[in-house]
Unconditional design. Structure first.
Length: 117
């Protein structure tokens, strides 16, 4: 999935419930199901232009919400931070023994669980 589509899909995950039902449905079909505007229009019984308008309005609304709240930005920063901590814990596990190694492994497992969600 290209980066722009991935970003829109993630914005939809974070802010989709704040969109109208039609906007959410069009975006979900376009970004998550990879349907074309024509396919969505046929399925929804609206014009291709109507689908395009719904998607563009939804994108603008989600981008505005992200600019105001920064939820997706903070989520990505947290993920990167957890990945860095996980890498350091992995290195620590290879350098230590005994109880210290066990604690490092437990911490690494806890970080892995957070990364999996």
């Amino acid at each position: 999935m290209e980066e722009g589509r991935l970003m829109q899909s993630m914005l939809l995950d974070f802010y989709g419930e704040l969109l109208t039902e039609k906007q959410r449905e069009c975006c979900d079909l376009h970004y998550n199901e990879d349907l074309s505007l024509s396919e969505i229009a046929e399925q929804a019984g609206v014009s291709r232009q109507g689908v395009w308008d719904n998607i563009r309005r939804a994108e603008a609304a989600m981008q505005e919400m992200e600019e105001k709240t920064g939820l997706l930005r903070r989520f990505n920063q947290t993920q990167k931070g957890l990945e860095a901590v996980r890498e350091l814990l992995g290195k620590l596990c290879t350098l230590t023994q005994g109880q210290t190694k066990e604690l490092a492994e437990q911490a690494a497992d806890a970080v892995d669980a957070l990364l999996r969600g």
